[in-house]
Design a binder for this molecule. Structure first.
Ligand code: AMP
Length: 448
C-alpha cells in the first residue's frame, strides 16, 4: 500500500517522496487514518517503527487544512521525555512539513531560554517540548496553551519512568478540555493504562511490534568473563571492522570509563549521558554521525531518541536492569526495516537479566563463545549494583558496574518510579537549575 491512498495532501506526499519512503510502515498504516478522523489514539509502538511520521503526517494535514492567515494560536503540542527525542521529532515535523505554511519549534532544558521565548513570540502552530522546560515557559508567562487542539505524548512509558507524571498532570490542566489526544508508548504497564484512561476519550488502539524486538536485527550473545568484556569489545570492533557502533553501559561512570579505554585501544570514542552538558552531547552525536567517532558509549536514557540512519551495530556491553530497555536499545539498529546487528556481552552476573529479556521476547537468543574469550565455567555470579537505587540512597551513581556494592542483592529489580539516575537528562529545564548559556542542538527554528 502506498502513501497516496492515505488521504495526505500533495505537499506532504512530496516531502515524504523526498525522504525516499516508498510505503507506510505498519504503525503509519494503522495510526494515520485514525488521527485524520479526529479520534483519540492509543498506539503501541517503539522507536524504529516509523511512529514519529505516524503522528506527524496526519497532524500536519489537520493543521494545514484549517490554517487561517496572520497570527495564529499554538494548536499542537508534542511532549517527549528527552531533549534528543524532542529535537528529532521537531526535525521530522520540519522535514515532512517543509512545503506547508506551518510554523514549529522545539523547547527543552539545558539551553538558554531566551531564543525559545523569541521563537514562541513570533507565532507557532506546533510546539515540541520536554515537560520541565515547557512548565518553565508557562511559569514565566511566555506560553499560552489554551488553544491546543492536538496533544501528543510520545514515548509515554519513558516519561512515566522518568518521573514526569506530576509535570504531565500540570500540563494537562492547562489545556482546553476539547482536544484530540494521541498517546504513543512502547510498553503498557498499569501506570500507562491509568494515564490513558485519564487522558484519552474513547480512543482507538493500534499497535506495531509491541514488546518484541525490532525485525531485521540479528541478535547474538557472546558469553564472556566480566573482567574481559572491554578486551572482547575492542577485539570485535577491530576484527569486524565496525566503523559505527553504539555501545550501552548501565551507568554514566561506566560509559566514561569504557569510552576512555576504547580510546586507549585506538578506537575513537565518545560517551553520552546525563552528566554531560548539552554541548558535549551534541558534539559527541555529531561526531558519531559524521564518522569521526567510531564508538559511541551511552546510557539508556541518553540513547533515547538517537536516530542514526543505517546504524549497523549495537552492543550491550552490560545488559539493562529492565528487560524492555533491551528492546529499546536494539531498536537503534535495523531501523525501519533495515538490517542491523545487536551483540550482547554477557557475564555470569547477568544470567538472570538475560532470562528476563528472553522471557519478554518469548525466544532464546543465539549464543556464540569467541575463541580466546571462553568464560571460566567456575566463575561465581556477583550481585549487580542497581544505579537507580543508588541514586535514591544518595550515592549519585558514582560506583562503576564492576564494583560490587555490599548488600545489593537485586539483579532484576524492575522499574523504579522517578528515581532513575539519568532523570536529569531531560528535566534540565527545571527553573530550579542554573541556565546554561549554551545554545541548543539546532536551536529553536521555525518551519515556514
Ligand atoms: P521512528 O520510529 O519514528 O523513530 O522512525 C525510525 C526511522 O524510520 C526514521 O529514521 C525515519 O526517517 C524512518 N522512516 C519513517 N517512516 C518510514 C517509511 N515509511 N519508510 C522508510 N523509512 C521510514
Amino acid at each position: 500500500m502506498s502513501f497516496d491512498s492515505l488521504g495526505l495532501s500533495t505537499e506532504i506526499l512530496r516531502a515524504i517522496a523526498e525522504q525516499n519512503y516508498h510505503e507506510p510502515t505498519p504503525i503509519q498504516l494503522k495510526a494515520i487514518p485514525v488521527v485524520l478522523s479526529g479520534k483519540d489514539l492509543m498506539a503501541g509502538a517503539q522507536t524504529g517503527t516509523g511512529k514519529t511520521a505516524g503522528f506527524t503526517l496526519p497532524m500536519l494535514q489537520i493543521l494545514s487544512s484549517s490554517t487561517g492567515r496572520g497570527r495564529r494560536p499554538l494548536r499542537a503540542l508534542v511532549l517527549t521525555p528527552t531533549r534528543e527525542l524532542a529535537a528529532q521529532v521537531s526535525e521530522s515535523i520540519q522535514t515532512y512539513g517543509k512545503y506547508l505554511p506551518l510554523r514549529s519549534t522545539v523547547i527543552y532544558g539545558g539551553v538558554n531560554i531566551n531564543p525559545q521565548i523569541k521563537a514562541i513570540r513570533a507565532g507557532l502552530d506546533i510546539l515540541v517540548a520536554t515537560p520541565g522546560r515547557l512548565l518553565d515557559h508557562v511559569s514565566q508567562g511566555t506560553l499560552d496553551l489554551s488553544k491546543i487542539e492536538i496533544l501528543v505524548l510520545d514515548e509515554a512509558d519513558r516519561m512515566l519512568d522518568m518521573g514526569f507524571i506530576h509535570d504531565i498532570k500540570r500540563i494537562l490542566a492547562l489545556l482546553p478540555t476539547r482536544r484530540q489526544n494521541l498517546l504513543f508508548s512502547a510498553t503498557f504497564s498499569e501506570d500507562i493504562k491509568n494515564l490513558a484512561n485519564r487522558l484519552l476519550n474513547n480512543p482507538v488502539s493500534v499497535s506495531a511490534a509491541h514488546n518484541t524486538a525490532a525485525t531485521g536485527v540479528d541478535q547474538l550473545i557472546h558469553p564472556v568473563d566480566r573482567e574481559r568484556k572491554r578486551e572482547l569489545l575492542s577485539y570485535l570492533i577491530k576484527v569486524g571492522r565496525w566503523q559505527q557502533v553504539l555501545i550501552f553501559t548501565r551507568t554514566k561512570h561506566g560509559a566514561n570509563r569504557l569510552s576512555q579505554q576504547l580510546e586507549r585501544d585506538g578506537i575513537s570514542s565518545a560517551a553520552i549521558h546525563g552528566n554531560k552538558s548539552q554541548g558535549a552531547r551534541t558534539k559527541a552525536l555529531a561526531g558519531f554521525k559524521s564518522g569521526d567517532v567510531r564508538a559511541l558509549v551511552a546510557t539508556d536514557i541518553a540513547a533515547r531518541g538517537i536516530d542514526i540512519d543505517k546504524l549497523p551495530h549495537v552492543v550491550n556491553y552490560e545488559l539493562p536492569h529492565v528487560a524492555e530497555d533491551y528492546v529499546h536499545r536494539i531498536g537503534r539498529t535495523g531501523r525501519a526495516g533495515r538490517d542491523g546487528s545487536a551483540v550482547s556481552l554477557v557475564c555470569v552476573d547477568e544470567h538472570k537479566l538475560l532470562e528476563g529479556i528472553e522471557r519478554l521476547l518469548k525466544t532464546k537468543i543465539d549464543k556464540e563463545v569467541i575463541t580466546g574469550f571462553e568464560p571460566d565455567p567456575r566463575a561465581i555470579a556477583e550481585p549487580i549494583p542497581n544505579g537507580r537505587n543508588r541514586m535514591a540512597t544518595g550515592n549519585n551513581g558514582r560506583s562503576g558496574p564492576s564494583r560490587r556494592v555490599a548488600g545489593s542483592t537485586s539483579s532484576n529489580p524492575g522499574r523504579s518510579r522517578g528515581g532513575q539516575q539519568d532523570r536529569d537528562y531531560s528535566s534540565g529545564g527545571s527553573s530550579k537549575k542554573p541556565q546554561s548559556r549554551r545554545r541548543g542542538m539546532s536551536g529553536p527554528t521555525t518551519n515556514r
